[in-house]
Design a binder for this molecule. Sequence first.
Ligand code: NCD
Length: 366
Amino acid sequence: MATRVEEIMQLPARQRVERLSRAGQLFHVVLAQQFSRNFIDDICMLAEMVRRIAGVRIGSDFLRNLLAHRRAMLYFTQPSTRTFLSFTSACQIVGARYNEVRDPKTSSEVKGESEEDAVRVFSQYFDVIIMRHPQEGFVEKTAHLINEMERTIPVINGGSGKDQHPTQALLDIYTLYQAFSGGALVSRAAGAEIDPFPGKKIAMVGDLKRGRTVRSLSYLLCRYPQVQIFFCSPPELAIGEDILEYLREHQVKYQVLSELDHILPDMDAVYMTRIQDEHDVAGESSKIDYSRFYITPDKLKRCKPALAIMHPLPRRLEIHVECDTDPRAKYWQQVQNGMWMRAALLAYVFNTSQRIKDYYLENYTY
Ligand code: NCD
């Protein structure tokens, strides 16, 4: 017989999303479909405020006090450099202490404890679980499991299988805001509306079938129905029909293409990704000509002067290293933005956003 949580996991996404919120605010941060336009605008503004406040000693002391009474568990059972380090850096920025388990062989799972019980244990020690997991849906399942406990704590998704990477999508959107509307970000605090992407054309490139970052970012872009998305991939690695259906539902214009070069000159942003061959069943990636989906300095000559070149990293050859010095390259900025965004998210889940906004407005002009 299915358990209650297994039954919940069978519900349509819309109903599951409702179970991830409390009192009109996100409790768990697990699925990109949870983020409203208002939430995205607010969290980008908060990340920008954190970035500016952290730049001086007195500001970083203020931030470090915010969550000094909170402790985080980082449960990362899938390889990670950036996401792991940016979450630990984010904890340090807002003063939260953290512990980590990265190798389940060092936990009681070797004694036969289920992963479900392992996360139940974490929920008794810590105030938040930040989690990366190889299996689709497991981070979300953890959130529903924790909802059943007497002591409930937020679960934040740091990447779940081929499925979702919602905090990466938030830092990607933040980077796009910076690229397209720069300083306007914090003017929102004064009541200004931000319209960052009117009519912008964004290409998503590479392994779109198995890349979770593109999937989560596509969900977010549905909050900006005026954008146009161009999905460019080898036919074998095309974006999932579930994402396209979601885009149609939200009336976002898109095209599915098996080439990149002919549309490049017309793009405002290109989001490059590596081939996700760790998901191969029988070496199928080696038979695919991925080089058609590379960016080179030569190709960049034909692109717009304000193009934003993005990549969640790690990269292989899809962006030649010579492109790194081009001012249009935004991927190192994305790395840094991940830290500010995750610090903002931690402040948000622990209801301290307002303190950051107040501090910012007292000490800075827009
Ligand atoms: C991505 C991931 O893990 O999904 N990396 C990251 O978190 N920045 C992308 C990838 O591994 O290709």
